[in-house]
Structures are given as structure tokens and as C-alpha cells.
Design a protein around this ligand. Structure first.
Ligand SMILES: Nc1nc2c(ncn2[C@@H]2O[C@H](COP(=O)(O)OP(=O)(O)OP(=O)(O)O)[C@@H](O)[C@H]2O)c(=O)[nH]1
Ligand SMILES: [Mg+2]
Length: 222
């Protein structure tokens, strides 16, 4: 048994998720897929795969990840998208940062030297830059890609953060609360691939506003 659980949030990913699980076959990590019980097509598409299906309590990306973290039983976990955009080869690098270098949270980044993305648009690139900058200025966060949320962490640390965001503002709540709790944080180089199939769930404008409001609330410690 591995000491790492992949938390795989999935919503309407019947085309991509089986391919992601195929690629993960060579890895001995625990694989937990978190989805809504009503997402029958995705559930049906992965029923013969080596993974555990966990139903989220309510709706939303943050709600799924909160449930995912609560139910991890291994020492480490990593948030791993169901759309094929995260490269599992990068996990080793992240594990080393936690195990050898004794960091508590590793935030993968598309915006460091020799990194990149096939999936970025102009809007997401600029949005990310702005939110990463706000994170630096208002929360002293030394990470370089705040919205990516390819994150590996020590389970015991993440469970203590009191995460509450049900939507995509989870992306900023996690690093901000980890930093506030004085955990050791670092970054790791990444290249984001384009999603295999299916539709993007993020709406740049609507979710961008929610993330901004969430940062303002977190700044005033609500
Ligand atoms: N359980 C659950 N998973 C979700 C929800 N929203 C998004 N996801 C999953 O979270 C991951 C990230 O969502 P994406 O739609 O890929 O977001 P994105 O990476 O900004 O968008 P793309 O550029 O299209 O890749 C994917 O695996 C989604 O299936 C949700 O409401 N519930
Ligand atoms: Mg994606």
C-alpha cells in the first residue's frame, strides 16, 4: 500500500476519467474519485477501474475536495484532476519535496522556468497572474500559480485547516489557510496538458468574482 492518496474530483468526466485511470495503472497510489451520486454516466464509466468512489455531501469543486481530504487515510495526498491535464510523472518530484525536504504543502506551478500549459487562455493566464500577485501582497504567499490547485500535502496538516469553500474559491482558501497556519510551503515545476475531452467547469468571469470575494473575506478573517 502506498502512503499517497490521489483525490480525484470529477464532474461529467465520463470520457476523460477512464483514460486518466488507465494512465495511473502503473502507480500504486490509492485513488479516490469524488463525485455527486447523481453523476451516473461518470460512475458507470469507471465501474471496472481500480479506484474508490466517494460521494460528496453537496455540490461544487470545493465541496468535493473537502470531502476528499476528510476521507484520506494515508500520510500524504494529492489533488489530481479527472480531465487528463495533470501529468502523473510529476508526482515523484512532489513526493520528494514532502519526504526528503520536509515540506508540508507543495503547490505545482505552470509559471516557472521550463514550465507551461497547453490549456491556458489569455483570460486564465491574466486572471492567475492577478490572483497570484494578490496572494503575494496581501497574504505573503510565495507560490507562483495560485489557481492551478495541483497540490500535494501532509494529510494531518490539511485536515487542521478548517476548509469551508464549496466552489472554486477553494483554490485560494487552501494556500491562504496553509500559510496562515505557518506550514512549510514550496512549489514544484509542472506542465499542464490540455483536457482530454469533455467541458471545462470553470467560468472565468463568475468564478473569478467568487474567488476575489473569497480573498477579501479571508483578508478580513471571516
Ligand atoms: N466532484 C466535482 N468535481 C468537479 C466539480 N467542478 C469541477 N470538478 C472537477 O475538477 C477538476 C477541475 O475542473 P476543470 O473543469 O478541469 O477546471 P479547469 O482545469 O480550470 O478547466 P479546463 O481548462 O477545461 O481543464 C476536473 O477534474 C473536474 O471534473 C464539481 O462541482 N464537483
Ligand atoms: Mg482542467
Amino acid at each position: 500500500m502506498s502512503n499517497l492518496t490521489l483525490i480525484i474530483p470529477a464532474k461529467n468526466e465520463r470520457e476523460s476519467l477512464p483514460k486518466v485511470l488507465d494512465e495511473l495503472k502503473g502507480y500504486s497510489f490509492v485513488k479516490n474519485v469524488i463525485l455527486e451520486a447523481t453523476d451516473k454516466l461518470t460512475i458507470d464509466a469507471i465501474k471496472n477501474y481500480d479506484c474508490k468512489i466517494i460521494y460528496q455531501d453537496s455540490k461544487g469543486y470545493g465541496d468535493a475536495l473537502k470531502k476528499g481530504i476528510e476521507t484520506v487515510e494515508t500520510e500524504l495526498f494529492c489533488i489530481f484532476n479527472a480531465d487528463g491535464s495533470f501529468d502523473p510523472k510529476e508526482l515523484e518530484l512532489m513526493i520528494n519535496k514532502l519526504e526528503d525536504d520536509k515540506y508540508d504543502f507543495v503547490f505545482a506551478s505552470r509559471y516557472e522556468e521550463n514550465c507551461g500549459s497547453e490549456d491556458d487562455t489569455f483570460v486564465t493566464l491574466v486572471g492567475n497572474y492577478i490572483f497570484t500577485f494578490l496572494g503575494k501582497i496581501f497574504f505573503r504567499l510565495e507560490i507562483t500559480d495560485i489557481l492551478y490547485t495541483y497540490v500535494m500535502a501532509r494529510t494531518s496538516c490539511a485536515k487542521k485547516l478548517g476548509l469551508t469553500a464549496k466552489d472554486f474559491s477553494f483554490c485560494v482558501e487552501l494556500p491562504i489557510k496553509a500559510q496562515r497556519a505557518n506550514y512549510k510551503i514550496c512549489t514544484s515545476k509542472s506542465f499542464e496538458r490540455s483536457r482530454i475531452a469533455g467541458k471545462k467547469k470553470v467560468n472565468a468571469f463568475k468564478d473569478g468574482l467568487k474567488i476575489l470575494f473569497s480573498m477579501i473575506k479571508l483578508f478580513f478573517r471571516y
